[in-house]
Design a protein around this ligand. Structure first.
Ligand SMILES: Nc1ncnc2c1ncn2[C@@H]1O[C@H](COP(=O)(O)OP(=O)(O)O)[C@@H](O)[C@H]1O
Ligand SMILES: [Mg+2]
Length: 362
């Protein structure tokens, strides 16, 4: 069972249009661009998302990156099978993973656990590697693409644990290439640029504000000039708000995802706290951007106004763009920013960018 599938019929890219041209140059381009032996995978702290090209649209599948472990019994196993809840056995435990984990945790009045934390494999969970591998096998196995080019997203190295990314990336790469794909990773911010800024010649600022992190890439003609990450994202908001309000963090998350609006004056302590911590996250993000821009000399050479795209679940909240714009203006970063917009589908932009990169490399 795949937790979420949807078709992005409208997302025919400029390269698809070029591929329809019958001129000699574009005929060979056509072969490259219509090669559907390509898959993009966004391996995020909250969600794993796959993207594959099917005829004229992109098909996505996604899966919540969470699990719950219960003691093995043949009865529980039968119930899980009957309800098509994804699970597998490790030793004496049944590991329930994907969207079903949340439902199951609710039934048991317990919390889900996370195989990833702050963008990387979670070192505090002994089974994190097996769970991620299983989730990737299920999602990729449910697509029609079983060979070819596979590009997966990785975050920029976190400042506080810069070496952990090497382990994270190598492990995933080994697993995915072991399935028979030609693999490589792509920086998450750059994937957003590929997904959203084709009309701007892949020049601009791509921001992915997810669960564990925010990842940023300033690219010029598809070349990354600046990339960085901060380890504040949706999980930080949930934990920080839970800590000052006494609410459990899963309830904070649900409150945040269901109608909370940063533009509205807060009417209770949870809204008050959410305003405070969203502000803190946005200020941290923009200050880190300023710091990176000021310390990278190549950014002086950008000769055009820079569009900004916000993506990731954390950018979905109403009013995020306006607040980001205010803070960006206040920080006086020495670059000429043009339009700021939210990605068409903030939850699939990274996977789509990874797919576009994979299709162009086939
Ligand atoms: N509609 C929404 N409004 C506010 N926050 C949301 C919404 N949808 C998802 N989120 C939050 O976005 C975060 C997950 O974003 P996502 O891009 O899927 O993360 P990741 O890249 O870490 O997998 C979570 O903190 C989730 O609560
Ligand atoms: Mg992400």
């Amino acid at each position: 069972m795949t937790d979420r599938k949807n078709k992005d019929q409208a997302n025919t890219t400029a390269s698809d249009t070029a591929a329809e041209d019958s001129s000699g140059t574009n005929a060979s381009k056509k072969a490259a661009d219509t090669n559907t032996n390509a898959i993009g995978v966004d391996i995020g702290t909250s969600k794993i998302v796959t993207a594959v090209k099917k005829n004229d649209h992109i098909e996505y599948a996604s899966h919540r990156n969470a699990f719950i472990s219960v003691e093995y019994s043949s009865f529980t196993k039968r119930i899980l099978n009957q309800n098509q809840i994804k699970h597998h056995q490790i030793g004496n435990s049944l590991i329930v993973y994907g969207d079903g984990a949340e439902t199951f945790a609710d039934m048991l009045n317990s919390e889900t656990r996370r195989p990833m934390r702050k963008g990387l494999l979670n070192p505090n969970e002994s089974h994190s590697v097996e769970i991620i591998k299983k989730a990737l096998d299920d999602l990729i196995g449910s697509t029609d693409v079983q060979t070819g080019k596979l590009i997966f997203s990785v975050p920029d190295a976190p400042k506080d644990t810069p070496t952990d990314i090497i382990y994270h990336e190598s492990l995933l790469n080994r697993h995915l290439s072991g399935k028979g794909f030609a693999t490589r990773s792509i920086n998450e911010g750059l994937a957003v640029v590929f997904s959203e800024l084709e009309d701007e010649n892949f020049t601009g600022l791509g921001i992915s504000a997810g669960g564990g992190m925010c990842n940023v890439c300033l690219a010029y003609l598809s070349i990354p000039l600046v990339t960085f990450s901060i380890t504040k994202g949706g999980d930080y908001l949930d934990d920080a708000v839970a800590s000052v309000t006494g609410m459990v963090n899963t309830r904070v998350r649900s409150f945040k995802e269901n109608g909370f609006d940063l533009k509205r004056s807060p009417s209770n302590s949870v809204e008050d706290a959410l305003q405070v911590y969203y502000d803190d996250l946005i200020v941290t993000l923009v200050k880190a951007l300023k710091q990176s821009v000021m310390t990278t000399s190549t950014t002086n050479k950008v000769d055009r106004p820079i569009p900004v795209v916000l993506s990731g679940g954390t950018a979905k909240v109403s009013g995020f763009k306006d607040r980001f714009e205010q803070v960006l203006k206040a920080e006086n970063i020495p670059l000429d920013f043009s339009k700021i917009r939210v990605a068409k589908d903030p939850l699939t932009a990274t996977a789509k960018g990874a797919l576009m990169a994979a299709m162009h490399e086939n």
